[in-house]
Design a protein around this ligand. Structure first.
Ligand code: MHF
Ligand code: KIV
Ligand code: MG
Length: 290
């Protein structure tokens, strides 16, 4: 039986139960993710906005990378994701695709690029697939986006849905509140999950919802659920890479676990570089040409 591309082939030097590390010579596909769901395999997704960091995460064995419109907050200096444009998403997505060999690359359709009509969504999803070369797109909304998801899927575009807290609605929410609290909200989330699955989505992000509800949605879902602030019961987890790596300035959401403190590391290195230059200890002879 072929090893799942989500896990290393069981060779004597491949540690078990770790992320795959370039053990196969093909891209992860939506079929691999469906198989992982059937096999109860959990997997991790990270955001990436450029070729360099995408390549690091691809080599580290992250099977799916999301070119998130969170780039607005983490890469482009905006306060929210709302200003991010299609041209910006195409440029970042193309870089992420060029920087990777195995990870499946999903790109967000940014605010205002799909809500007008299914035809508008088709036009912009096609741009991401053709101009950037991504393998799937993601869009926000459950029942409200079902017809659009159907059209894209019928056109051969794999769609990752996104329900619960949908950050493009930040001004309608007045912030980023947890969604799905209370009976009516919980039932709406269950209807959203059912609608996107029936529309043909290959997976669905559950953002900022009570853990028990996310577990219930996952149990009733035939497609992989990807949690961010949804607790441990989802099939997969996604984090914004600048949060997980300790690069984000200021407060990060409660659901973030920081696996590194790159902001401090980089700041300290920059300080040492500046001091060496000021003091004339860099460059030394070993850095100089004769
Ligand atoms: N750096 C970054 N990380 C993200 O996860 C992220 C972005 N940017 N930009 C787009 C959206 C915004 N996100 C957010 C931002 C804040 C909260 C937040 O602070 N939520 C409250 C909920 C409190 C409650 O309702 O009980 C929290 O305290 O976590 C959640 C998601 C997720 N996305
Ligand atoms: C928060 C994740 C799921 C996202 O949509 C993004 O990074 O833009
Ligand atoms: Mg997004």
């Amino acid at each position: 039986m072929n090893a799942s591309p989500l896990q290393p082939a069981q060779t004597q030097d491949a540690p078990t139960n770790t992320l795959y590390g370039g053990v196969t010579n093909r891209r992860v596909t939506v079929r691999d993710l469906a198989k992982a769901k059937r096999n109860g395999e959990r997997w991790a997704m990270l955001t990436a906005y450029d070729a360099l960091t995408a390549g690091v995460f691809d080599e580290a064995g992250i099977p799916v990378l999301l070119v998130g419109d969170s780039a607005g907050n983490c890469h482009l200096g905006y306060e929210t994701t709302v200003p991010v444009t299609m041209d910006q998403m195409v440029m970042m997505s193309a870089a992420v695709v060029r920087g990777t060999q195995r990870s499946l690359i999903v790109a967000d359709l940014p605010f205002g690029s799909y809500q007008e009509s299914p035809a508008q969504a088709m036009h912009n999803a096609a741009r991401l697939m053709k101009e950037a070369g991504v393998h799937a797109v993601k869009l926000e909304g459950g029942e409200r986006s079902a017809r659009t998801i159907e059209l894209l899927v019928e056109a051969g575009i794999p769609v990752m849905a996104h329900i619960g807290l949908t950050p493009q609605s930040v001004h309608a929410y007045g912030g980023y509140p947890v969604q799905g609290r209370g009976d009516e909200a919980a039932h709406q989330l269950l209807r959203d999950a059912k609608a996107v699955q029936q529309a043909g989505a290959f997976s669905v992000v559950l953002e900022a919802v009570p853990a028990e509800l996310a577990t219930e949605v996952t149990a009733h879902s035939a497609i992989p659920t990807v949690g961010i602030g949804g607790g441990p019961g989802t099939d997969a987890q996604v984090l914004v890479w600048t949060d997980f790596a300790g690069m984000t300035a200021g407060r990060v959401p409660k659901f973030v676990k920081q696996y590194a403190n790159l902001r401090q590391t980089l700041a300290q290195a920059a300080g040492e570089f500046a001091a060496d230059v000021r003091e004339g200890t860099f460059p030394g002879p070993e850095h100089s040409f004769q």
